[in-house]
Design a protein around this ligand. Structure first.
Ligand code: IMP
Ligand code: MG
Length: 180
């Protein structure tokens, strides 16, 4: 088991180990396969956090499918409360496509709400959400994820794509903040 690590000013301990993640990602891929095998779905992975999940998940998918990447850019408005988010990187024509959004984590659900709104405006045939982590108790928006890796408590985590101020995305395991 990996030891406690320090990232910037905070301490983290192992939380979900890579073996468990790998097993769960395979199960998620199997669930997705059962529904999408003959639909040529378009996986839409949300950068930066979902890059590792997308790579692992897609390699477990053994049917015709496509993948594309989008990113949320935040613009701080004139008021501090104003925070307009735009989805960048759309190149695919989503009309009539079966879209599966791939995210690393859903916390309050605000980001996913923005993503859904914008994906919806491109008239896809269907939209589903696959997220590795869900902080169900932190949800403030009516988001229903269809494929969930792990439902976790409201604690800060990093690793397997998730960062703390830019660091930790490359960690193989998911770590959780250690509180004294
Ligand atoms: P939401 O919009 O509140 O659902 O937050 C989603 C985004 O916040 C994620 O895509 C992450 O970038 C970030 N986030 C939320 N919780 C964590 C965490 O525990 N660790 C790292 N990033 C997080
Ligand atoms: Mg993210």
């Amino acid at each position: 088991m990996s030891p406690v690590i320090k990232v910037h000013d905070r301490f983290f301990e192992p939380f979900i180990l890579s073996d468990a993640i790998e097993k769960r990602v395979k199960q998620m891929a199997a669930e997705i396969s059962a529904t999408y095998e003959d639909k040529n779905p378009l996986f839409l992975a949300v950068l930066n956090g979902a890059f590792i999940l997308a790579a692992d998940l897609l390699r477990e998918i053994n049917f015709q499918s496509e993948i594309s990447f989008v990113k949320i850019s935040s613009y701080e408005g004139t008021q501090s409360t104003e925070n307009i988010k735009e989805l960048i990187g759309f190149t695919e024509n989503l009309r009539g496509r079966h879209v599966i959004i791939v995210e690393d984590i859903i916390d309050t659900g605000l980001s996913m709400q923005h993503i859904l709104k914008q994906v919806n405006s491109h008239s896809p045939a269907s939209i589903k959400i696959a997220t590795l982590l869900l902080k169900r108790e932190a949800l403030q928006y009516p988001i229903e994820a269809d494929y969930i890796g792990f439902d976790i408590e409201q604690k800060f985590v990093l690793g397997y794509g998730l960062d703390y101020d830019g660091l930790g995305r490359n960690l193989r395991h998911i770590f959780v903040e250690k509180r004294p």
